[in-house]
Design a protein around this ligand. Structure first.
Ligand code: NDP
Length: 294
């Protein structure tokens, strides 16, 4: 029997509608439009698509939004200058530096330069530190999207074994941290696997919930999944012009209890969480005109 499909597209659409309502309440209470600025450096086609999708979603949710496009030959100093200018602009609340940046730029130095209160991606060390301590200011968008899917689908996590494939700073590492914290959609026993993990399949087969975030097309096969497990596919890979995840979808769906598709799973959640973080950033930076429900 095929596993249940987790419809990230629909869940994200509902969340975006919810954020749009709260953005309107915030605008009514403060007279301020929460604003997100994306900085796109270079001409990576995938990045251009991601930024365009984020821009469109911001507009639909009533957020102010702008894209700053910088040429491929931009130096690190020039990009840092742009970030400093955006940090100092009180009319904008969130800054997103789209990755990857061209090779002459050290991405860490640029991400570290983003003002922590405007760091809607939750990449700044101060925000990562707060996350580690279980008192987050922002939740990183993709890991938070995964957690929201689990909560929405009422998939229990407390006491269960969650195996996260991948340990990147963007997905695997923060996700593992979030899932092991106390709280809703967490309290799990988490194992993190990476390219040096030995006998990976033996570990993944012990997972109640398996999250794949490695960037290798269809890497997770049915043999690697315990029958009845939940499988969350974060991967976005392009093979022969088509998108696919890190999970070999059809065969894995046959053994899983529930599974996310690619596209239409985690991806749309990432964008919805970015909108929510932009509203959070505005709340942190704008004093309401009067106490209320913003
Ligand atoms: P990275 O390349 O930064 O990290 C990949 C991780 O997977 C690394 O920890 C690496 O191990 C591990 N890995 C790679 N190959 C293997 C293997 N054969 N066996 C076990 N572990 C392996 O990728 P990201 O975390 O940035 O992205 C992962 C995927 O998620 C990509 O497909 C990306 O496009 C997608 N993504 C999707 C998003 C969404 O919104 N849905 C958002 C962000 C990313 P090691 O550390 O040892 O090198």
């Amino acid at each position: 029997m095929s596993g249940r499909l987790i419809d990230g597209k629909q869940i994200a659409a509902d969340l975006r509608g919810n954020v749009a309502r709260r953005v309107q309440e915030f605008r009514d209470a403060t007279g301020v439009i929460p604003r997100l600025v994306a900085v796109l450096t270079g001409d990576d086609p995938a990045s251009a698509v991601y930024v365009k999708n984020k821009h469109t979603a911001c507009e639909a949710a009533g957020l102010g939004t702008e894209v700053i496009r910088l040429p491929h030959q931009t130096t690190e100093a020039e990009l840092l200058q742009v970030v400093h200018r955006l940090n100092a602009d009180p009319t904008l609340h969130g800054i997103l530096v789209q990755l990857p940046v061209p090779p002459q730029i050290n991405p860490q130095r640029v991400l570290d330069a983003v003002a922590p209160l405007k760091d809607v991606d939750c990449f700044h060390p101060e925000n990562v530190g707060l996350l580690v301590q279980g008192r987050p200011r922002f939740l990183p968008c993709t890991p938070a999207g995964v957690q929201r899917l689990l909560i929405h689908e009422q998939i229990p996590t407390a006491g269960r074994h969650i195996v996260v494939l991948g340990r990147s700073d963007i997905v695997g590492k923060p996700l593992a941290l979030m899932l092991m914290q106390k709280g809703t959609g967490a309290n799990a026993t988490v194992t993190v696997c990476h390219s040096q993990t030995r006998d990976l399949a033996a570990i993944t087969r012990t997972a109640d919930i398996l999250v794949a975030a490695i960037g290798v097309p269809r890497f997770v096969t049915a043999e690697m999944v315990r029958p009845g497990a939940v499988v969350i596919d974060v991967g976005i890979n392009r093979v022969d012009g088509r998108l696919c995840g890190d999970v070999d979808f059809e065969p894995v769906r046959e053994v899983a209890e529930a599974i996310t598709p690619v596209p239409g799973g985690v991806g749309p959640m990432t964008i919805a969480l970015l909108l929510e973080n932009t509203l959070t950033a505005a709340r942190l930076q704008v004093v309401p005109r009067s106490p209320g429900t913003v």
